[in-house]
Design a binder for this molecule. Structure first.
Ligand SMILES: C[S@@+](CC[C@H](N)C(=O)[O-])C[C@H]1O[C@@H](n2cnc3c(N)ncnc32)[C@H](O)[C@@H]1O
Length: 427
């Protein structure tokens, strides 16, 4: 328990009424004026809570029993390992209320952190609530295969995960009889939604026997197109195809096993389409894609612009983007390896339009200031964390930008993760 020296004495258990949902997914109640974050609790519910973390200004806890007055949005989670597996924290509420909550969370972050009332948050753009993930990262111990338990490293086995693509469930079932494999701790399986092939990436203490095991896996399951392993230097191919490919717009993107690529590819396509509609691209446009990954947004837009710049810190992802640019005959892109905060200030390049899609920690202030200095007329900010998004928007607003459109995209139904697209334009 994360107790701290307190001047406020929290009880072990308490009763409260939930009045909202916090970024991060918990219900929020109050005790002696201080917020109490309660897992799996919904607004309006009166709950009895056992505290698991007590701080001076706030506490966190879990339900002692089902709420006495369950919210109308409460549903029975369909997954048999719900709350044991650390995967889906919001299966206890309807998909409609999840989406409404994501909208509220984004609106509140923009209001309270970015301090803007000007932003109207559009209705959450939604897609398939189940079986949407094209990546599954399973942990392995001997013959045990599963996901980590909530808040721990214990493996929770499952028969059919309800949020991964059914083809990944089948591949995991076919994999089990081939185990154990000495030194194997984890496999990341990625499905190409374009051609249905799967790539398996092995993590652990690699052994000489892994290569022949990989060949056996390929022979046992025809959907597995390639197997690779993590190494100290990066990665190595063990058997079959080295790369996976996904079609986005009119571009076929190459994806190395260690490169970031979106886990919900259908939503990534929807965001790309929306960016394309928002940004007034033409054949003289100078477009920046900060945090470009394998070129997910930049390359499909390249045929519509004058010149594009992509910046990405992971060398393998930039090599993928370069290979895809070449294979798709896109000669009007400059791809730079390195941190956006280091490269952008040095580029001294003006842009007409910009896309940024940073990790959860958001964009460094030095990079935001360099972006402002580059004077794009519009910025499309794709975010996986509403808090850091709102913090960064505050800086962009001070730099002369205002929000034109803000919308959550439901990339991860059944979870509290909020992905959003915000369009800003120069005032
Ligand atoms: C959320 S992903 C987006 C990638 C790409 N836009 C896509 O949709 O596939 C963020 C990317 O930023 C990269 N990254 C993280 N921190 C970075 C930094 N400081 N500078 C440049 N790239 C960074 C990661 O390697 C990752 O590829």
């Amino acid at each position: 328990m994360g107790n701290q020296m307190n001047d406020f004495e929290w009880p072990r258990e308490l009763q409260t009424t939930i009045d909202g949902l916090a970024q991060g997914g918990d219900g929020v109640g109050r005790y002696a004026g201080r917020p109490v974050f309660v897992a799996a609790a919904l607004p309006g519910e009166q709950v009895r809570v056992r505290l698991t973390e007590r701080r001076n200004g706030w506490a966190r806890g879990v339900l002692l029993e089902p709420p006495s007055n369950p919210a109308a949005e409460r549903v029975t989670p369909p997954c048999p390992v719900y709350q044991r597996c650390g995967g889906c924290d919001w299966q206890h509420q309807t998909i409609e209320s999840q989406r409404q909550a994501k909208q509220t969370i984004l609106a509140e972050q923009l209001r309270f952190v970015a301090q803007t009332d000007q932003a109207e948050v559009a209705v959450t753009a939604a897609a398939e609530p189940w079986h949407y993930r094209s990546v599954a990262r399973v942990h392995i111990d001997g013959r045990q295969v599963g996901f980590y338990a909530a808040g721990g490293r214990q493996i929770v086995e499952f028969e059919q995960c309800l949020i991964i693509d059914p083809r990944l469930n089948t591949a995991i079932e076919r994999l089990k009889p081939l185990l154990p494999l000495v030194g194997l701790r984890e496999i990341s399986l990625r499905l190409s939604t374009t051609d249905g092939t799967i790539h398996g990436h092995l993590l652990g203490q690699g052994q000489s026997g892994w290569r022949s095991w990989a060949r056996r896996w390929l022979a046992a399951d025809k959907t597995i197109a390639g197997v690779s392993a993590e190494t100290r230097e990066g990665w190595m191919a063990l058997a079959g195809a080295e790369y996976l490919y996904e079609q986005l717009g009119n571009v076929r993107l190459r994806i190395t096993p260690t490169s970031f690529f979106q886990a919900n590819v259908e939503r990534a396509r929807a965001v790309l389409q929306q960016i394309e509609q928002f940004l007034p691209l033409n054949n003289t446009t100078r477009l920046l894609d900060g945090f470009c990954g394998v070129g997910t947004f930049l390359l499909p837009l390249a045929h519509k612009i004058g010149h594009g710049w992509g910046i990405e810190e992971h060398p393998a992802a930039i090599r993928d983007a370069q290979a895809s640019a070449k294979a798709n005959q896109l000669t009007n892109v400059t791809l730079k390896t390195g941190k956006v905060e280091a490269i952008l200030p040095q580029l001294k390049q003006q842009f007409d339009l910009a896309i940024v899609d940073p990790p959860r920690r958001g964009v460094e202030p030095v990079a935001l200031n360099a972006l402002i200095a580059a004077e794009p007329t519009m910025i499309a900010y794709v975010s996986c964390h509403p808090g850091t998004l709102a913090r960064d928007i505050k800086i962009l607003q001070a730099g002369g930008y205002s929000i034109q459109h803000a919308q959550p995209y439901d990339f991860f139904p059944q979870t509290s993760h909020v992905e959003s697209l915000v369009l800003l334009s120069k005032v």
